[in-house]
Design a protein around this ligand. Sequence first.
Ligand code: CP
Ligand code: NVA
Length: 313
Amino acid sequence: METNKLHFKGRDLLSLHDFTPGEVMAIIELAGEFKEKQKRKVPHPYLQGKALGMIFQKSSTRTRVSFEVAMYQLGGYPIFLNANDLQLGRGETIADTARALSRYLDGIMIRTYAQADVEELARHATIPVINGLTDLLHPCQILADLQTIMERKGTLAGLKLAYVGDGNNVCHSLLYGCAKVGMDISVASPDGYQPDREVISLASRDALLTGSKVEILTDPVEAVSGADVLVTDVWASMGQETEQARRSRVFSPYQVNEKLTAYARPDFIFLHCLPAHRGEEVTAEVIDGPHSAVWDEAENRLHAQKAVLALLL
Ligand code: CP
Ligand code: NVA
């Protein structure tokens, strides 16, 4: 970490939209450096003695484990906090929780429902707050996605990414992330499930600055045509379990299968944040096939989050 990255210190990661294109690229570069160090077994204890509290109001496999391991490998220590076991679960306010935790910890990662709750936590905390997924956004995931695309394609600007499926948290953070790094993004979602208007408008504004394109469509074939990167996600996110049956019907024409991927560039890569439902949003042929980069993508959560932690804490 030779570069002067002091301007990151103490900041929150609530949304990728809050970072400049240069800052997003700096995080991805540092993620690559951490990956190298990790592979060569070079110690990198940048957070010696620092503690990260991790509040989870939703389930997690990758986010929890990658943040925990990231903190250990950086010389710090993570503290897993199940929201139901905190006084938060018994009605203590987010503001008071933020004030108290700020006296013990060096950073807080939170996975919850409302983006407003993460913002409230950040407003009252005196330490950095990192968004580990809300109903609106999933910024840490998209940093790992961008790192994976960079590794596979050697560049980001000028590529085309197609997202097919629900206009959800992953889709929103992809819109922000692609626009920041100058990648074209085409989203295909059914009517009624398209991404949030404000996110589209903010991403489109960034895209103008980086010379990239944001396209919101309903036709998956149009979105996927000529794409370098194909991304999908579950049709029903955490918290939408009761809508599962209806969503399965609405989204069935949006399955990423070999018929659809035939429209992408021959050297396309496939990404999925996981967990995946084979036979729903993606077929086994695609997610387990030669174009899939989902395991590198999952691994890169560790490296990208190390970069975020080392920069912010
Ligand atoms: N992709 C992702 O965030 O996975 P988890 O829900 O397992 O953390
Ligand atoms: N959109 C999914 C992502 C899971 C990592 C959800 O919110 O459940």
